[in-house]
Design a protein around this ligand. Structure first.
Ligand code: MLT
Length: 311
C-alpha cells in the first residue's frame, strides 16, 4: 500500500521529519512560490507550513485528497479554515511552540528601540563614533501598554516587570482580575494609547484587529512613545506609523512583521529610530523544534484517524 504523502512547504526544523517517522512519503516544495504550491499540493494527504505559504481557498481546491493542514506555529491567518473544513481537511497548529521566542524578541525590540542599538551599531561599523546622537531612555519607571494579554502578552509582561515598568493592558477578552494577576492594569485602548511610553501589540490578525494601531490611534499617543509589533503585519499600519514618526508624533518603533511579506521596502525602513527584523519572532532553534515536533505528531494522529488533542 502506498504511504500517505506529507508535503513540507517551508523550511522546518529537521526534528519535524524525525517526528513524522518512516510511515510517510515526505515531499518538499517552496510554498511561497504559488505555481509550485498549486502543483505540489494536488495529490498530498497533509501539508506542513509556516507563515509564508497561503493555504487559501484556491490552494485547498487544487488539492484532491488533502486531509490535514498543519501550521508549524501559532497564527492561522494564512489558512482558509472555512474552505479547509468544507473540503474535509483538518487544520492543526502548535499554539504554544513559539510564544517564549516571540516574547523574548518583543523585549529585545523594546530594549533595542530604547537604546538605539541597531542604528548605533550600523553607525559605528560605518566608521562613526556618535555617542550623543544615540542617547536613549531607561525602561525603569516607564509605562508599557500591552495590546492583547493572551499567552504571548502575558509572557512579555512577566519579562518586563523586573525592569521596573508599570504595565497597562488592553484586551476585550481578559478580566481585570486576570490582568492584575499578570501584573497589569486593564484599561481601555484610548487610556493605554494616552499613557504609554512603549506600546506592544500581541493580537491575532482578524478583520477587527487590522489597522488597530493606525492613523486614529496614533493621534492619541505621547510623542515620546515607541511602538513594537512582533504579532502580525497590518495590526500596526506601517504608512500611518511612518507619517507619525516623520511628524514627530511617535519617537520610534521596533517592527518584526509587515502587511505584505516578504517585505523589503516598508516606509519605516528610512528611519534611524525604527529597528526592524524580518519576521523572526518564532525563529529560534527551540521554537522551531517544538513547532515541528508538535505538528508532526498531530499529522500522524490525524492521518491515523485518531483524535488530535489541543497542543
Ligand atoms: C506564528 O504565527 O507562530 C509565527 O508567525 C510562526 C512563523 O514565523 O512561522
Amino acid at each position: 500500500m502506498p504511504k500517505p504523502v506529507v508535503l513540507i512547504a517551508e523550511e522546518l526544523s529537521p526534528a519535524t521529519v524525525d517526528a513524522l517517522g518512516p510511515d510517510f512519503d515526505v515531499r518538499y516544495c517552496d510554498g511561497a512560490d504559488r505555481a509550485q504550491l498549486l502543483s505540489a499540493i494536488t495529490d498530498v494527504d497533509a501539508i506542513l507550513v509556516r507563515s509564508a505559504t497561503q493555504v487559501d481557498a484556491e490552494a485547498v481546491a487544487a488539492a484532491t485528497r488533502l486531509r490535514v493542514i498543519a501550521r508549524a506555529g501559532v497564527g492561522l491567518d494564512n489558512v482558509d479554515i472555512p474552505a479547509a473544513t468544507k473540503a474535509g481537511a483538518m487544520v492543526v497548529n502548535a499554539p504554544t511552540s513559539n510564544i517564549t521566542s516571540a516574547a523574548e524578541l518583543t523585549v529585545a525590540l523594546i530594549l533595542a528601540s530604547a537604546r538605539n542599538v541597531a542604528s548605533a551599531n550600523a553607525a559605528l561599523k560605518g566608521g562613526k563614533w556618535a555617542r550623543s546622537k544615540y542617547t536613549g531612555i531607561e525602561l525603569d519607571g516607564k509605562t508599557v501598554g500591552i495590546v492583547g494579554l493572551g499567552r504571548i502578552g502575558a509572557l512579555v509582561a512577566a519579562r518586563l516587570l523586573p525592569f521596573g515598568v508599570k504595565l497597562l493592558a488592553f484586551d476585550p477578552y481578559v478580566q481585570a482580575g486576570k490582568a492584575a494577576q499578570i501584573g497589569a492594569q486593564l484599561v481601555t485602548l484610548d487610556e493605554l494609547l494616552a499613557a504609554s511610553d512603549f506600546i506592544t501589540v500581541h493580537m491575532p490578525k482578524t478583520p477587527e484587529t487590522i489597522g488597530l494601531i493606525g492613523e486614529e490611534a496614533l493621534r492619541k499617543v505621547k510623542p515620546t512613545v515607541r511602538i513594537v509589533n512582533v504579532a502580525r503585519g497590518g495590526l500596526v499600519d506601517e504608512a500611518a506609523l511612518a507619517a507619525a514618526i516623520k511628524e514627530g508624533r511617535v519617537a520610534g518603533a521596533g517592527i518584526d512583521v509587515y502587511a505584505k511579506e516578504p517585505c523589503t521596502d516598508s516606509p519605516l525602513f528610512e528611519f534611524d529610530s525604527v529597528v526592524v527584523t524580518p519576521h523572526l519572532g518564532a525563529s529560534t532553534e527551540e521554537a522551531q523544534e517544538k513547532a515541528g515536533i508538535a505538528v508532526a505528531r498531530s499529522v500522524r494522529q490525524a492521518l491515523a484517524g485518531e483524535l488530535v488533542p489541543d497542543a
